[in-house]
Design a protein around this ligand. Structure first.
Ligand code: ATR
Length: 266
């Protein structure tokens, strides 16, 4: 029988995950079906219970349910614990298992697709919400030289920084004379057409600007390009986090290059 998976979110109609996983299945010969579930805001647990009871084997979780998924799991990976959020559920075990592949997805996109080695690099992370929280531990695991978290609400960045060794956090005023090799925008500013208030001097020579938002050109990416800085949206992170979920479920790594270039319209 075909193994069934879903992406759970609200709204979820725009999600590219069903298409990406169908491509992974085709490339690897795995017999899976991958659909969408859109529970009401309070309906996450009931929707997962029903899917699991009907034989569903796993799920990806997107906004606004990643924290609800974290609470739902009986067992958690170390990276899900660090992120305090779950984007991958394994439902075909005695105890529901949750993992978080967002951060490793970003790290793989940077290192494998964009040629941006992280070891020894100075990294600036903008934002302190769920998106930012998910990438801190994987960045530290990649042996960055320095990680600074900056947020509009400075106290939120300080609180996030305090949970991890070796990272600093605060408000945008800390950026007056700081310089970074990689600047990751994990804020929601781009979704409302806004630019986080960063000075152009934050970009070191040869720096990369990365926006975790995908499929749209944000003011942050435009700002970086205007200052001669290489800029990338989050399409590769989307594909790489999906590949890691597929690996968790199926035990094999799907190829990602062709899918990434198809999503980019190449
Ligand atoms: P997510 O889970 O996507 O990270 P979130 O928890 O709502 O969503 O966090 C959104 C992040 O974007 C926060 O860091 C937010 O800053 P505040 O904590 O000060 O609210 C940041 N953000 C949203 N709009 C922004 C803007 N226009 N400029 C700068 N930061 C912004």
């Amino acid at each position: 029988m075909t193994d069934r998976y879903v992406v759970i979110g609200n709204p979820v109609g725009h999600s590219k995950s069903p298409w990406i996983h169908a491509e992974f299945a085709r490339a690897t010969g795995e017999d899976i079906e991958y659909g969408r579930l859109e529970p009401a805001p309070e309906g996450f647990d009931a929707a997962v219970d029903a899917f699991r009871t009907s034989g569903g084997r796993g799920a990806n979780v997107t906004l606004p349910f990643k924290q609800a998924a974290f609470r739902y799991c009986a067992e958690l990976s170390a990276r899900a614990r660090a992120a305090e959020a779950v984007n991958t559920l394994v439902l075909d075990r005695a105890a529901v298992y949750g993992d978080n592949t967002d951060g490793i997805g970003l790290v793989r996109d940077l290192q494998n697709n964009l040629g941006c080695a992280l070891e020894g690099r100075r990294v600036l992370l903008l934002g302190a919400g769920g998106a930012a929280q998910g990438v801190v531990q994987p960045m530290l695991d990649a042996a960055v030289a320095a990680l600074v978290v900056i947020n509009r609400t400075a106290a939120r960045a300080q609180a996030l920084a305090a949970r991890f060794p070796r990272i600093r956090g605060g408000g945008y005023d800390l950026l007056d004379d700081a310089v970074f090799d990689l600047v990751v925008n994990a804020t929601a500013a781009g979704l409302v057409g806004e630019l986080p208030p960063i000075p152009a001097q934050v970009f070191a020579r040869g720096a990369l600007a990365y926006d975790m938002v995908y499929g749209r050109d944000t003011p942050f990416l435009a700002f970086a390009r205007e200052h001669g800085v290489r800029a990338s949206d989050g399409t590769g992170m989307l594909v790489e986090q999906a590949a890691e979920s597929f690996f968790i479920w199926r035990g094999m790594r799907p190829p990602t290059r062709a899918i990434l270039s198809a999503l980019r319209g190449g």
